[in-house]
Design a protein around this ligand. Structure first.
Ligand SMILES: NC(=O)c1ccc[n+]([C@@H]2O[C@H](COP(=O)([O-])OP(=O)(O)OC[C@H]3O[C@@H](n4cnc5c(N)ncnc54)[C@H](O)[C@@H]3O)[C@@H](O)[C@H]2O)c1
Length: 262
């Protein structure tokens, strides 16, 4: 069964981790997938491996001119865009050297995270709505927030604030599109602890990892394909009554607290 047969989907930050898993899952469900990222070699290799349903497009989500060019290229090639997954995101702590607590974060480091995570989602929504409106497409926009958008994160202040803002913007987009009678849906995802390269800089040895696993209800990290499975549902025509909604994909982490009475 191809749940996304013939749909045209653009996925950002798609060369790695959750984005790459979504590309594989969307192609397996019959979608034409535009694999976009700032890293051409990895993105191109992924697209080449998956054959004619996948193609690579270089897109830095923080640059509006690149969004305009991307939408023009997609409209020219396919005549429409059915699905946008605003997946690209950074913690800002990748180098392991930059402080991201609320007391010591430099303004430029805060702004870099906001540019990619929040401006990127704003621009993606803006240009996808315009393209979908122009081509009369009842599309689906899926924005990647995070558990960090729902709770405070002491050493990733900009990341957490950007993800919280994505949560609210997704609802605004959903309501705006409904008001405009565009048929476009917008929903957001809240993964937690999905084992991808994003975690490489955040885990400092086996002890760190063991302590994390112990505190998790399911005692394991999530897999990128477990996030992709929810995106497939939201991208498909099975979800036509779902808009402005949010989905935790966290193995139960947000269901309670680490300390609870027996
Ligand atoms: N892994 C988790 O536990 C987790 C949890 C919650 C939310 N998320 C979110 O999921 C998304 C994907 O994360 P991941 O874990 O797969 O991380 P990842 O680091 O494996 O992948 C992120 C991708 O985004 C790309 N990217 C970075 N800057 C970009 C830019 N300016 N324009 C376009 N692409 C850019 C990178 O090249 C990379 O391919 C992110 O938004 C992240 O915040 C991840």
């Amino acid at each position: 069964m191809e749940r996304l047969r013939d749909k045209v989907a653009l996925i950002t930050g798609a060369a790695s981790g959750i984005g790459a898993a979504m590309v594989r899952a969307f192609v397996a469900e019959g979608a034409h997938v535009i694999v976009s990222d700032i890293h051409p070699p990895t993105g191109e290799a992924l697209a080449a491996e998956l054959g004619p349903l996948a193609s690579f497009l270089k897109l830095d989500v923080s640059d509006e001119s690149q969004w305009i060019a991307a939408m023009d290229a997609i409209a020219a090639r396919f005549g429409r865009l059915d699905v946008l997954v605003n997946n690209a995101g950074i913690t800002g702590t990748e180098s392991g050297k930059v402080s991201h607590d609320p007391e010591h974060t430099r303004l430029e480091d805060w702004q870099r995270v906001m540019r990619i995570n929040l401006d990127g989602v704003f621009l993606g929504c803006k240009h996808a709505i315009a393209t979908m409106r122009r081509t009369g497409t009842a599309g689906s926009i899926i924005n990647m927030s995070s558990r960090s958008g729902l709770v405070g994160i002491p050493h990733a202040a900009a990341y957490a604030a950007s993800k919280a803002a994505i949560r609210n913007h997704s609802k605004t987009v959903a309501l705006y599109c409904a008001e405009q009678k565009l048929g476009i849906r917008c929903n957001s995802l809240y993964p937690a602890s999905i084992r991808t390269p994003m975690w490489d800089a955040m885990l400092h040895g086996d002890e760190d990892e063991e302590a994390m696993l112990k505190a998790m209800p399911l005692h394991r990290f999530g897999r990128p394909d477990e996030v992709a499975a929810v995106a497939i549902l939201l991208a498909s025509d099975e979800a036509t009554y779902i808009t402005g909604s949010e989905f935790n994909i966290d193995g139960g982490i947000l269901a309670g607290t680490a300390t609870s009475p027996k």
